[in-house]
Design a protein around this ligand. Sequence first.
Ligand code: ATR
Length: 270
Amino acid sequence: MKKVFGVLGDPIAHSISPLMHNAAFEALGMDCTYHAFRVEKKNLGDAIKGAKAMGFGGINLTVPLKEAATGLIESDHLAANIGAINTIDFKDGIRGYNTDGIGAQKTLEETGVEIEGKNVLILGAGGAARAIAFTFTEAGAKVNIANRTPERAMNLAAEIPRVNGFGLEVLDRCLEDTDILINTTTVGMDPNVDETIVTADQMHTGLTVFDIVYNPLKTKLLQEAEAAGATPVTGIMMLVYQGAEAFRIWTGVNPPVDVMKKAAMEALKL
Ligand code: ATR
């Protein structure tokens, strides 16, 4: 009988996770299937227990369920620190993980950029910034957070050891010493494709610029990075790697990342 996996969210119709994971299962000849389930927040606890009772292999959680899950189930210490769970494994009871920040880390490592010891500047202070800030600090990076609303950056930074938060007005000074710039804001996302928080004149050639916006693939920020001779990294791989790491947690099998990327690109018509 096929092993069942799934993603829970509300709304969920536009999730590309089923296409990514089913492509991976098929490529590896695994007798598994992955579906999307619309689950209201108030029913999350029942849904998780139901999935476990029905012998599911594992589930992903997406908006708006990631934060709610931390109050319901056990998680590893990274997910507990982030305060959000995007992956649940049923092998040994019910255990939550967060692979969002790891997705960003793997994306950079794939392009030859190591995190440890690097000065990382995160733009934005929402959920994605939070996952990346905790994960990268744990991986040995020195993280700064800059946000349009300075208080949000300072509040997030105060939760993480050795992290500083500030407003966008100190960007110029901070960028000089930055090795990796990561945009976690929605600035530059379709249809606002001409918008960017940082421009080429603020960058240097040793800088890696990673934009988690993948629609368009080459955002205005990444065009500016190219113009400055910095190294641009597109966000689509973060989406792929967060899924790939969930796949690894559930199955113990090396995820076929290229297959998952192709499925994601096709699904998103990129
Ligand atoms: P997430 O999806 O990561 O949870 P969020 O909580 O919606 O994101 O946060 C979006 C981020 O983009 C915020 O940091 C937001 O800045 P504010 O905290 O000041 O609102 C940032 N953001 C959105 N539009 C922006 C803009 N036009 N300029 C600068 N930052 C912007």
